[in-house]
Design a protein around this ligand. Structure first.
Ligand code: DQA
Length: 150
């Protein structure tokens, strides 16, 4: 008898600058859940879909670009909260276009109800889906969305 096992599909959950401070950072805007809570939710939701999840948070734009490039070989999709780089980074948008992986853009807060400079996203035009203002739940919805893609 031959038993074959297949590796689970993987998703990368990528968080940008200052999201390491979740829990204490402006809780009135971002809530009290920590980054560890975000990751636990994503891990559980991914597992419920038979997926595995990898995590990276960085305050550095180039590290996020490197992670997106590397995901080409390891992940079937990316959940991305690029934090403030959402509103500034052509490099992150280009990396997403370059790798061609589905990316679900997530923001904890409703950026459209906030300052004008948060209304524009360089990520949105290259994202497969966008989940804004759903707090911690948004990460779970993003995993659901990736799980439903072929
Ligand atoms: C954020 C919104 C951004 O405008 C901000 O710079 C962040 C967090 C959010 O999750 O709501 O760092 O991406």
């Amino acid at each position: 008898m031959t038993v074959t096992t297949s590796e689970p599909r993987r998703v990368l959950v990528l968080n940008g600058p200052n999201l390491n401070l979740l829990g204490t950072r402006e809780p009135g805007i971002y809530g009290t859940a920590t980054l560890a809570d975000v990751e636990a939710l994503c891990r559980d939701r991914a597992a419920a879909h038979g997926l595995a999840a990898d995590f990276l948070q960085s305050n550095h734009e180039g590290v996020l670009v490197d992670a997106i490039q590397a995901a080409r070989d390891t992940a079937s999709g990316i959940v991305l909260n690029a934090g403030a780089y959402t509103h500034t980074s052509v490099a992150i948008a280009d990396a997403i276009s370059a790798v061609g992986l589905p990316v679900v853009e997530v923001h904890l807060s409703n950026v459209h109800a906030r300052e004008e400079f948060r209304h524009h996203s360089f990520i949105s035009p290259v994202a497969t889906a966008i989940i804004i203002g759903a707090g911690l739940n948004g990460y779970g919805y993003a995993i659901d969305q990736l799980a439903g893609l072929p």
